[in-house]
Design a binder for this molecule. Structure first.
Ligand code: NI
Length: 153
């Protein structure tokens, strides 16, 4: 495993549409392991493949520090409710802003064995899943920011 360089806002790779994963190759397994290591090292709760320069539909999330989840070819199938709170991104270091998102999400995706699964999340988990999913379509949270982008104290 290795820590990969996190691409920052202004890098074109963060604005691109990511491609579907057809097959989980050893290279993709290494990518996912590296994404977890890179996310934990940076104290993040989620990381999407384009943030390490790979235009594939993969993200990882762990909102508790001991519940790693990988999502391959994710699809948001349901959302409801609303939550408004501060959000940050490892690609926009040292900054945060207020973003409103659904409070509940149901996501369908594939795991590392390409087995389909569904997962539900609320609050921070829902926010993280929706934030990471946006990365796969080239979107950053700053586009949804309400008010100023602030410095993290
Ligand atoms: Ni992000």
């Amino acid at each position: 495993m290795a820590i990969r360089k996190i691409r920052e806002m202004g890098d074109d790779v963060l604005t691109k549409q990511c491609r579907e994963v057809k097959e989980v190759t050893p290279k993709i397994k290494t990518l996912v392991a590296d994404m977890f290591e890179t996310m934990y090292e940076a104290c993040g709760v989620g990381l999407a493949a384009p943030q390490v320069g790979i235009l594939k539909r993969i993200f990882v999330v762990d909102t508790t520090g001991d519940t790693p989840h990988v999502f391959i070819n994710p699809e948001i199938v349901e959302t409801s409710g609303s939550q408004t709170g501060e959000e940050g991104c490892l690609s926009v270091p040292g900054k945060c802003a207020v973003v409103t998102r659904p409070n509940y999400v149901k996501v369908r995706a594939y795991d590392l064995d390409m087995k389909p699964f569904e997962m539900e999340g609320t609050e921070l988990l829902a926010r993280a899943i929706l934030h990471e999913n946006d990365h796969l379509d080239g979107h950053l949270y700053v586009e949804k920011a309400e008010g100023e982008i602030m410095d993290v104290e």
